[in-house]
Design a protein around this ligand. Structure first.
Ligand SMILES: Nc1c(NC[C@H](O)[C@H](O)[C@H](O)CO)[nH]c(=O)[nH]c1=O
Ligand SMILES: CC(=O)[C@@H](O)COP(=O)(O)O
Length: 155
């Protein structure tokens, strides 16, 4: 039996973070968490491109463009969608999740989903460095793991 588990090691190539400016009081903390985790695992900041888009809805499109550039070994998507008074929340969340999910499914380059979808600002704050951790840190570790796993499997 052979078991494969990716390790948290710095890849040889570049990484990208696609992050939305909407709710940037939160998304900036997600980026900070991601960069903290990446640098703790010896990823050079020079090897990370951070691309800011207006809102979460724009994340899939920009991610698709970065994938097409063939510049990156892995892409993390970060955003924060907080429920408002109308059904807009559902449409934004559904399209972002569907778009990023489709890219993750069809790309050989790991694409990670780090978009918070919360009912309240407090819930988002708790997941951006509060008691529920930092989603940016989570997806940073995940992208390192997936890149290394693909390397080990030679896929
Ligand atoms: N309400 C939130 C949005 N809305 C904006 C959309 O994401 C998009 O930028 C706009 O519809 C133009 O296409 N975006 C978030 O990231 N978070 C929200 O809570
Ligand atoms: C998630 C959203 O788009 C949300 O901020 C919009 O708020 P509202 O539904 O009150 O217009």
């Amino acid at each position: 039996m052979t078991e494969y588990v990716g390790q948290y090691v710095a890849p040889t190539g570049k990484l990208a973070i696609v992050v939305s400016r909407f709710n940037d009081v939160i998304t900036s903390k997600l980026v900070a968490g991601a960069m903290d985790t990446l640098t703790r695992h010896e990823v050079s900041p020079a090897d990370v491109d951070i691309v800011w888009v207006p809102g979460a809805f724009e994340i899939p499109g920009m991610t698709r463009r970065l994938l097409a550039s063939n510049k990156y070994q892995g892409i993390m998507t970060l955003g924060t969608v907080i429920r408002g008074e109308t059904s807009h929340y559902e449409y934004v969340c559904n399209e972002v999740a569907k778009g990023v999910g489709q890219l993750a499914l069809t790309s050989d380059v790991p694409v990670l989903f780090g978009v918070l979808t919360t009912d309240t600002l407090e819930q988002a704050q708790q997941r951006a460095g509060g008691k529920a951790g930092n989603k940016g840190s989570d997806v940073a570790a995940d992208v390192l793991e997936l890149i290394d796993l693909n390397r080990a499997l030679q896929v």
